[in-house]
Design a binder for this molecule. Sequence first.
Ligand SMILES: Nc1ncnc2c1ncn2[C@@H]1O[C@H](COP(=O)(O)OP(=O)(O)OP(=O)(O)O)[C@@H](O)[C@H]1O
Length: 600
Amino acid sequence: MKALATVRKILSNDRHATRLLVRALVCASLGSLMLPIPIVVIWKMFTLFHAGETAQSFLGLGGVAFAAIVAYSVLTVGASANAHRAAFGLSTTISTALVEHIGRVPLHWLANISNGELKKRMSHDVNQIENFIAHNLTDLVAAVTLPSVTIPILFFVNWQLALIMLLIIVAASFVQFRAMTAMHKSNLMQEYFSAMGTLHGDAVEYVQGMPDIKIFNRSEESLSRMQVSINRFKEIQTKGRKLTLRPWTIFTTALSMPFAVLAVAGAYLHKYHQLPFEDVILFIVLGVVTFVPFKRLMRFVTFLWRASTGYSSVNQLLAVDVDQVGDRHRSEVLSADLAVNGLNVSYGDKQVLHDISFTAKEGTVTAIVGPSGAGKSTLAAAIAGLERIQGGTVTVGGIPLRDFAPGELSKVMSVVYQKPFVFSGTVRENICLGSESSSDEAMREAAAMVQCDTLINSFPDGYETRIGAGGSVYLSGGQTQRLALARMALRNAPVVLLDEATAFADPESEATIQKGLSNFLSDKTVLVIAHRLPSIARADNILVLDNGRIVESGTHETLMAKGALYSSMWNAYHTARSWMLTTDTASDIPHHNNQGRPEC
Ligand SMILES: Nc1ncnc2c1ncn2[C@@H]1O[C@H](COP(=O)(O)OP(=O)(O)OP(=O)(O)O)[C@@H](O)[C@H]1O
């Protein structure tokens, strides 16, 4: 019953898949009804032969057997094809729902789940459901339909041998049922899946961290965490094996016995009770044919568990609250003034932004600076709508950002990060992300503005060159940033947020990029997160963050005249730039003043 409920729940996601699966199950059950026919026909032939019948009647029977074999083959192929189509359709539906949902869940939720765990849920768990629908349900139907036909036939022919067969099936099923119940009570399957999730997560982290691990020669230490996950996984598998080994052995042995048991019992009945020889052969052959699919029931239970655990893990993912979306459009934005009011952001119990308020006027540049860990990136993410805020609002032209319809926010605000994402595809596809309908000319202009066109034209296929994973050209950090800036320029949103967007560029290219950008940005509302202070010295307004609060604001001149945090950061920056890297004395090593900030 529970199995049925699970299957029903899984199928409720896709009506077309349900129809295909019903078709597959009908084919599977009709196919298994065909299977005993040739065997019964051969038995009948033997019987007629002993009764001295003519070859004429054999021909008709042979035709029936042939037709049954053809029907069996066609129906089995039909069952498998429909079940696979249903499975692929369903897994596409579930995967699409997952991808769409993941795109809408808050970034902070994604930051707290490991890549491996997410990958396991989106790929491995979906595969479990797919495999179950593709193979196991048709197996189950065949395993149940076949005995329901063969056992009555055998009872009709000889009830004693049929009873022996039935007893073997009942005994094997009982042992199997006990094993299943024990497994269910032990909660082992849940532990198995959770351990597998951890193992996936640790493996991905291990591979991603490989460069640092190698540089610092920490492979053994880093492996030890993964080793713990591997051992835990092995432990659970061993526990499961111990729990199922005995019943599984009894079950498979019992189901392998019919040949021997029926042969001995048949020989005895043949000798002492005149059971015709052909009846003994019929029992042995039909018995073996009945037991083989029945064995698959064991696999069915295991796969049902996997599919149902995979399904609940997928459902947990789909149940994660998504960000609220509205219905306002870019066309409703009449001014590009950005206003942040009373913004609070926490990570768990830790509040990292406290009551942040400021206004950035259209056509101005606002810079956000502050010591490491002050909250600059968190503020940028919260403004871009990528971080869940606990209080406050962010508006553009008076419209709260959360009121924009999906897809509209990116037309209002462009964000360029220090490490932008390059997906696997052509340079053109990467630049046109979010502006797919742009003309070729507009795309080239955008690329030229950020000094990217000469670079792209030097690639083997120009704008059609494939980049990202598996691409023919590998982009450096600075080149990737320029590509992201071209993407931003093409999108032409009225508000632009640059989070260390030119950090990887060499000084010469940075100056050229800045020059190219300054024209483009002149009518935009620009927000810059910066670590290198000279790059923002000419900003219209500089906000200085410290411990999640705005502690100072103003132009470079007013902040320098104030002689507080900004000016000390500025001085520290310039002192640091004048350092010479030497190996002879310890006097060049920076020490900290009593406020914890580096100074020379
Ligand atoms: N995903 C997160 N989970 C928990 N805490 C976080 C998370 N991201 C950032 N923090 C914490 O929030 C605080 C602000 O971090 P943030 O990255 O915004 O600082 P920052 O000013 O950008 O620092 P930096 O200049 O070094 O990049 C830090 O104390 C950091 O530990």
